[in-house]
Design a protein around this ligand. Structure first.
Ligand code: HDE
Length: 739
């Protein structure tokens, strides 16, 4: 997709963009421009030796088709047969090579987080963390390349982006001191406290084993069976049921390291930290109605949104921050056990201190080689960053290394271009499936005298990774949960109390929807008891929705809690760059006014998308980006209805004001549906001129977040203000029960 001077993506077909010929080329055309090397030092082996291979060796671009061993081919469309209608011959190497390679093109998908998308970028340290960590990546103005992969957890590789689910937020920092992976989520807490239960929670969340349904959903019996029986899962689950479970965009999502980590400063002093990613565009969600529509209309919604924004030059950014805690003996903060991954520490108690900025500015060149083959691993730590005894994190330190062996086909996955360290590697790992390095020397062991004693251990003062010498309490071996991990209801209550009324309504509806999809009555009752323990109003609202009797709370929350404003997504204003503005036009639109509006939208760094009765040119070089047939409410953050040039003329297609004034049946039903949907989803709506009649006919004009006027640019300015709050929150219906 090309961009205009405001870096806004232009849809193919716009005047000025030369379309390729519709004829099949019959002779070699100039080769495609060489692609950027995005995948690390390809000319260097994993051991750091120069291969001498040209940098573009793997790009496979050129005039003539060859076999995998480089022989040119003259015919790739017919297999070699004994006569034109005869059987295919075994000697057809090209046929066998092509089909056999194709047969093995797929690799196993990730057991969790299979559906994801990635992008490249840079992390720049602010220097503010240098006093608490010796890691070079945090040094002031130090720039480190990164690769980020966002994902859903439960669905398969081809599942829809808008599942109600947790999102993975995994970042690979290619630092000078080795690769550091911060493998986090968009929610700060997790379902379980001990890694040994991970297969349980995932088996419960994945489709039922008998028929493999439902795909990428938690609204089914096994998930709620597990959750209702494991009270420690209540906190993560209420985050999932809130609007956080259905983000508007990866660009508008927070990220969390979840566990408490340990930072080690020069000199050895340590602190405990929790990592937070804060998106510059704010934290926003879609509605449940939108989520369901998106999965049908555009299941690649999040993937497309990220790639389009990067392509258009609207590079998404996140600030990395830390909450810092004293590394005290019991590793607690005000009674919160910092080793318990089901607990958060409210930002009002310990503020998040910014330590660097991440900018994603490059899409992948090859999805398989980058997004699929990237392998994250919480073991990938660098000097100055270390782990704690969080029992969930400890289990992950085994799991990630192990899983790649089956997913990526052996132990050499670190040699794949996307996983290669940007720091020199000099290990003693040898051989194995898919070994691509040609190791020299004869002595991959230590100590040796035959390879000159190499490789040597790094002296402690020369930036080696040194395991933190944590005192180990004298104890007994036992399978036991600590007492300090016991309170499972105070924090879900804290989250619930921190939500605005509309967010609570959405959360109660989500619980009601999900439990309404469970067949087993006992599971519903058990979970409603848990909800009543979080808050009696929540338990009551969900019981009513399910049509079951109100339940007694499963238990009483152990502590009184103060709400944390930082946990609500409502009540703040945010930048609006990159937002998509739909402009509905009829066949006789006022083109001059439309043009002024498009310029105003582009100048505000937003994306104008004109929705017309049919494709093609509208006038003055403006081309329809969407038609009434291809547009759906979900892709627009706000919609404006344009005025016709000569309001009242019966010939106007779709938006005929006179026909519309006579009743909604005078309108094209697809336009009516579009406007009713955006209105229901509490998005900003505007109109001018005869467009005002369209809104009044549909009875959408007289409500919060709807702006009608005579000048499109003035109307748009009001829409911009509304957009900075993301939604017209007052327009969502509330029952008054959860205020
Ligand atoms: Fe993961 N997780 N996880 N996880 N996880 C994987 O590793 C696992 C957990 C997270 O984009 C797997 O390479 C265990 C918490 C992300 O490639 C696997 C436990 C958090 C991704 C695995 C957890 C995460 C994964 C599957 C409980 C947030 C996707 C494929 C102890 C802090 C990374 C793979 C990507 C992926 C195991 C819990 C985040 C099987 C055993 C908590 C973002 O190794």
């Amino acid at each position: 997709m090309s961009t205009n001077e405001n870096n806004i993506p232009q849809v193919p077909g716009v005047p000025g963009v030369e379309p390729a010929s519709v004829e099949e080329p019959t002779s070699p055309q100039p080769p495609l421009p060489p692609k950027d090397d995005q995948s690390g030092p390809e000319t260097v082996t994993p051991t750091g030796a120069e291969t001498g291979a040209p940098k573009t060796a793997n790009a496979q671009q050129g005039e003539y088709l060859t076999t995998a061993h480089g022989a040119r081919l003259s015919n790739s469309d017919q297999s070699l047969k004994a006569g034109a209608r005869g059987p295919i011959l075994l000697q057809d190497h090209h046929f066998r090579e092509k089909i056999s390679h194709f047969d093995h093109e797929r690799i196993p998908e990730r057991v969790v987080h299979a559906r994801g998308t990635g992008a490249h970028g840079t992390f720049r340290g602010y220097g503010t963390a240098s006093k608490i960590s010796r890691a070079g990546v945090f040094a002031k103005d130090k720039e480190t390349p990164v690769f980020v992969r966002f994902s859903t957890v439960l669905g398969s590789r081809g599942s829809g982006d808008l599942a109600r689910d947790t999102r993975g937020f995994a970042t690979k920092f290619y630092t000078d001191e080795g690769t550091w992976d911060l493998v986090g989520n968009n929610m700060p807490v997790f379902f379980i406290q001990d890694a040994i239960k991970f297969p349980d929670v995932i088996h419960a969340g994945k489709p039922h084993p008998d028929r493999e349904i439902p795909q990428a959903q938690s609204a089914h019996d096994t998930f709620w069976d597990f959750v209702s029986l494991h009270t420690e899962a209540q906190h993560h689950t209420i985050w999932n049921m809130s609007d956080r479970g259905i983000p508007r965009s990866f660009r508008m999502m927070e990220g969390f390291g979840v566990h408490t980590f340990r930072l080690i400063a020069e000199g050895g002093k340590t602190v405990l930290v929790k990592f937070h990613w804060k998106p510059k565009l704010g934290t926003h969600s879609v509605t449940w109605e939108e989520a369901q529509l998106i999965n049908g209309a555009d299941p690649d919604f999040h993937r497309r949104d990220l790639a389009d924004a990067i392509e258009a030059g609207a590079f998404p950014q996140w600030e990395l921050g830390v909450q810092v805690f004293e590394d005290n003996e019991d590793q607690t903060f005000q009674g919160i056990d910092l080793l318990d991954p089901t607990k958060l520490v409210p930002e009002e108690l310990v503020p998040v201190e910014p330590i660097g900025l991440m900018t994603l500015d490059k899409n992948t060149t090859n999805f398989f080689a980058e997004t699929e083959q990237v392998a994250f691993n919480p073991n990938n730590l660098v000097p100055g960053i270390d782990v704690t005894n969080d029992p969930l994190l400890q289990g992950r330190l085994f799991s990630y290394l192990d899983t790649q062996i089956s997913r990526l086909g052996g132990p050499n996955w670190n040699q794949l271009p996307i996983n290669r360290s940007h720091a020199p590697v000099n290990d003693m790992l040898r051989d194995g499936m898919h070994q691509t390095a040609v190791h020299g020397g004869v002595a991959p062991y230590r100590p040796n005298s035959l390879d000159g004693g190499n490789p040597f251990e790094t002296p402690a003062d020369e930036r080696a990774f040194i395991d933190f010498p944590q005192p180990v309490a004298e104890s007994v071996k036992e399978r036991k949960r600590p007492q300090s991990f016991e309170d499972h209801f105070s924090q879900p209550r804290l989250f619930w109390l921190s939500l605005s009324e509309v967010e609570r309504e959405h959360t109660a509806q989500a619980f009601t929807f999900e439990l309404g999809k469970c067949w087993d009555e006992n599971i519903r009752i058990r979970q409603v008891r848990n909800l009543a323990a979080i808050d009696p109003d929540l338990g009551r609202a969900v019981a009513q929705g399910l049509g079951i009797p109100e339940q007694e709370p499963a238990e009483t929350p152990a502590k009184d809690v103060e709400p944390s404003a930082a946990l609500s997504q409502v009540g703040k204003t945010w930048p609006t760059e990159g937002r998509q503005i739909g402009i509905v036009v009829g066949s006789d639109v006022d083109v001059a006014a439309l043009k002024n509006l498009i310029i105003a939208v582009e100048e505000a760094d937003m994306v104008p998308l004109v929705i017309a009765p049919t494709g093609g040119e509208i006038g003055e070089g403006i081309v329809a980006h969407r038609t009434y047939l291809t547009a759906r409410s979900i892709e627009f953050d706000a919609v404006l209805v344009a005025s016709n040039a000569a309001p009242g003329d019966d010939a106007h297609h779709g938006l005929d004001a006179k026909a519309a004034a006579a009743g909604p049946e005078g309108l094209d039903p697809r336009v009516a549906l579009l406007l009713q949907e955006v209105w229901r989803q509490a998005k900003a709506v505007g109109s001018w001129g005869s467009g005002n009649d369209v809104l009044s006919t549909l009875k959408l004009d007289d409500s919060a977040g709807v702006e009608s006027g005579s000048d499109p640019v003035e109307v748009f300015k009001t829409i911009m203000e509304l957009l900075s709050q993301h939604r017209a929150w007052d327009r969502f219906p509330t029952t008054g029960r959860l205020a």
